[in-house]
Every structure is written in C-alpha cells, then in structure tokens.
Write a protein that binds this ligand. Structure first.
Ligand code: NBP
Length: 478
C-alpha cells in the first residue's frame, strides 16, 4: 500500500461508519490515514478508492507516525471495551497534546472516564473528544450531525474538520461544541432516545391505518403527503418510501413480509436509566423502548393472542377524518416526546454544569441526523426566544399546536383503546400532557397514604408551604 506522511487526519475502524466518514473527510480536502484491527478491510477499502488521498496502514505505529501534529485520530470502533482497547494501544504511540476523538455511540459516563484518563496521563496529557455522530451510513458519507464534547481548546483544533464534514442547513454546519467531558455523547444519547419515540409514534399511526384497512400504498401516499407539511422529517419520508417498496419475488409490500420483532442496541435504555436517575419523565421514550421489548416477545404474544380477549378492531371512521386525527395525535405526541427529551437534557446539563444551549442543539439536529425535521426550526426558535423555557409545550408556537390538536389526539387514543389497538406512545404522551396541565392531581391522597403507613408527613393547602404535618391515622386491625 502507498505510504504517505504528514496526513491531516487519522481514522481507526473501517466498518460502515468509519469508511463513509473517511470518504467524507477526504472529499473535503484532507488527507487521511486509516487503520483497522483486522487488515483485510484496510486493503479492500484503499484498493476500492484509487486516486484518493486515503492511506492504509497495517501497523498502528506506522499509522500514528504518518499523521501531522498535533495528531488527530478518530475512533469509529464498536462502543464499549473496543474503545478502551484501542486507546490503550494508542497511548504509547502518541505525544502530548495529540487529539483522540471517539466518534462511536459511547455511553457518556465512559467518555468522562476516558477524558480523565487521557488528560491525567502523567508524562504526556492527551486531548480527548467524545463526539456523537448521527446519520447512519449516508450521513457519515454526505454529512452527519456531529455532537462533540470536550475542552473548548480541543474543539477549536477540530473545528475545521468537523465543520467541513458536517451536514449544512441554511449554510450552517450541523455541528457545534456541545460542552465539556461527556456532554457530546450525552446529547447523542438523548437524540437516539427521541429517535426511538419518533419511530414508535409513526408505527402507532401505521397500526391504526392498518386496522382501518388501508393498504401499504395508501399509507405511503399519506406519509408522503405528511412529509410536505408540519410533520416533514427524514423518518416520515423513509416511512413513505418503505411502505411503497415491493418485494421482487412475491410482489407484496416488503413491510408486510418483515417479522414484527424490533431490535435495539441500548441507547434508548440508557436514556431511560438516566431519566430515572434525574427524576425526569420521559414517558414517550419509555413507551417506545418498552414497545420494542414487547414486540421482541413474539412467541409469548402468539400464545397469548388466542387466550386473552379483546375486540376485533373495526374502524368505521371516514378515511379522511381518521388521517387528519392521527396526524394531529402524532404531531402533539411528538411535541411531548421532544419536550421530555429536552427537559432531561436541561436537567442533566444543569447538574453537570455543561452549559448546554438547547437552541444550538436543536439547530444542529436539523440536518444530517436521523431525527432531522422542519419542526426543529421551531424548537431552536423557542429556546432562542426564551433560553430558560421550563417546558417546550409552553412555548407559544407549541402551545397553540397542542391546544388545536388535543381534541383529535383524545379521539385517536380513545378509538385505539376501545378497538384494542396498543398505542403506548400516543397514550403516554397524552397522559403527560394532561398531568402537566392539571392544576390539581390526586397526589394529595398519595401523600395521605405515605403519611398513613410511613409517617412521611405532608404539606397543607391551608398552611404556608414548607410546614409539614402528620395525622394520627386510625389503626389497621389485621
Ligand atoms: P461496529 O460498531 O460494527 O464496529 C466494527 C468496528 O470495530 C470494526 O472496525 C472492528 O474491527 C472494530 N473493533 C471491534 Br468490533 N473490536 C475492536 C477492538 N477490540 N479493537 C479494535 N477494533 C475493534 O461499526 P459501525 O457500525 O461502523 O459503528 C461504529 C461506531 O459508530 C459504533 O460505536 C456505533 O454504535 C456508532 N454508530 C453507528 C451507526 C450506524 O448506522 N452503523 C450510526 C451512528 C453511530 P474488525 O474489522 O477488526 O472487527
């Protein structure tokens, strides 16, 4: 393989994301050194792209030696132990101030640990960036959304490359310095949680349309039409395209041939764990993660389907009314899902003192990433107008949409419940909306129960806040 030194950028991990990122970086005028643990992908990749300034190495030492200083080495390897293994191999080869970037889907707390590890190396502190990269294969090649976390000085050193390779919306790159330490990977985790919510909400709309007897082609036309309006987004667009796709062998819609068992890789679950740790409600994302879990229990569901009773869904509503109502339910639920994800980011950002700018985060999510959508312009505008916004639902634009949509949303959830169609994300979102807008909740009775069995005390509506009372409740005779 041709050797070349003084290259601008190094990338380790030539699976689907790594290869496409390298092609992207090289196409913006940077020379790139590449290395992969097993040598075959390196050989094949370099051979497949002759004439490009991509240089493959079979030795990590040669790879490192081929880079200009400070070296910029990006890892696109499997998240978890592989990242630690590669970093440990790199440390003896790098010099102080070289920059290591982890572009995989690492857990933010692992990123914080690695940041401290590299910054704390006694003889030669290294700089570390944990960068969330979203957009899948196509995004990596043409322009992903990038969420880098780490010291501001390291961001400055990486900025030219990141801004060159990121997606652009209205001429602005879909990348910005998110914050220190694990902030970038954290924001990518929330992005993925929100992605889970968006996907599940679309699937619930599909379930209702299916129950109403709509064909995949009819549904594809509805989603394509929705993609021209307020719901315009990458996920709605690919849903329309997926529904229209026919199997070459049988001529049937491909979607109808796919087994209804969803997979997941963990970022949705991480979001739930973090939400629980911070006592923030992410019920739409929770419903989405749990819907995937329940879908994966195919054998149990099949067995239960002949034993547990429910109605046979019949949706008599006129097609146009159903489509309009489901549109509104989906839009309103989506607003709730984003409100919850943003609330979690705000809470965690404050706790960690990350200085997260939610307007900037919404802005960089507008392009390149899986949740890219027109809708994000309104979120960016809402946080720009009011950075201290307590909840997205209260921004004037979203308040108006929710007030306008709530009736149809209720009708859709009621219809689904009476017809026995599970719509966990629609219903969880609506319950959040109704709880959040309730001046009074039944938690007074809950406090009575807590005080009854545990003397946990309660505040009273007729006394100043902060005064705590206990009642001598009657004894329970067993
Ligand atoms: P994978 O996540 O499938 O990882 C495969 C790569 O990791 C290969 O290059 C492999 O080398 C390398 N690797 C492994 Br596995 N263990 C290693 C070790 N101990 N030492 C060195 N290298 C090791 O690749 P991917 O799908 O391209 O994703 C890369 C990262 O980007 C992941 O963190 C992923 O979560 C994230 N991501 C993926 C997508 C997507 O759409 N795929 C989107 C956004 C983010 P080998 O060839 O020698 O086995």
């Amino acid at each position: 393989m041709p050797q070349h030194t003084d290259n601008d950028f190094g990338l380790i991990g030539l699976a689907v994301m790594g290869q496409n990122l390298v092609l992207n970086v090289e196409s913006r005028g940077f020379s790139v050194s590449v290395y992969n643990r097993s040598p075959e992908p390196t050989e094949a990749f370099v051979a497949a792209h002759p004439g490009r300034r991509i240089f493959g190495f079979h030795s990590l030492a040669d790879f490192v030696a081929s880079l200009s200083r400070p070296r910029r080495v990006m890892l696109m390897v499997k998240a978890g132990a592989a990242v630690d293994a590669v970093i440990a191999q790199l440390i003896p080869l790098l010099d102080a101030d070289d920059i290591v970037i982890d572009g995989g889907n690492s857990l933010y707390s692992d990123t914080e640990r690695r940041d401290a590890w590299l910054a704390g190396l006694p003889d030669k502190p290294l700089r570390f960036i944990g960068a969330g990269v979203s957009g899948g294969e196509e995004g990596a090649r043409k322009g992903p959304a990038i969420m880098p976390g780490g010291p501001a000085s390291t961001w400055d050193a990486m900025r030219p490359v990141f801004e060159a390779i990121a997606a652009k919306v209205d001429g602005q790159p879909c990348v910005a310095h998110i914050g220190p330490g694990g902030a970038g990977h954290y924001v990518k985790m929330i992005h993925n949680g929100i992605e889970y919510g968006d996907m599940q909400l679309i699937c619930e709309a599909y379930a209702l349309f299916q129950a109403a007897g709509m064909s995949c082609d009819e549904m594809a036309a509805v989603f394509a039409q929705w993609n021209q309006g307020a719901l315009q987004s990458y996920l709605i667009e690919i849903t329309a395209k997926a529904l229209a796709e026919r199997d070459a062998e049988s001529g049937r819609p491909v979607v109808e041939l796919i087994l209804d068992k969803a997979g997941q890789k963990g970022t949705g679950q991480w979001t739930l764990v973090n939400a629980a740790e911070n006592a923030v409600v992410v019920s739409t994302i929770n419903a989405a993660v749990e819907a995937r879990v329940l879908s994966s229990m195919k054998a149990q569901r099949l067995a239960a389907s002949s034993r547990l009773q429910g109605p046979n869904p019949t949706i008599g509503l006129a097609r146009a009314s159903l489509v309009a109502q489901v549109h509104d339910a989906l839009y309103a639920s989506k607003i709730v899902s984003y409100a919850q994800g943003l609330d979690l980011m705000r809470t965690m950002g404050q706790k960690k003192d990350w200085g997260l700018d939610l307007a900037v985060i919404a802005r960089i999510w507008r392009g390149g990433c899986i949740i890219r959508a027109r809708f994000l312009n309104h979120i960016a505008a809402a946080y720009q107008a009011d950075p201290a916004l307590a909840n997205l639902m209260l921004a004037p634009f979203f308040q108006e949409v929710l007030n306008r949509s709530q009736q149809a949303w209720r009708q859709v959830v009621a219809l689904a419940v009476t017809q026995g169609i599970a719509v966990p994300a629609f219903s969880a979102s609506l319950a959040y909306y109704d709880s959040y807008r309730s001046a009074h909740l039944p938690a007074n009775l809950l406090q009575a129960q807590r005080d009854f069995f545990g003397a946990h005390t309660y505040e009273r509506i007729d006394k100043p806040a902060g005064q705590w009372f206990h009642t001598a409740w009657p004894e329970v005779i067993e």
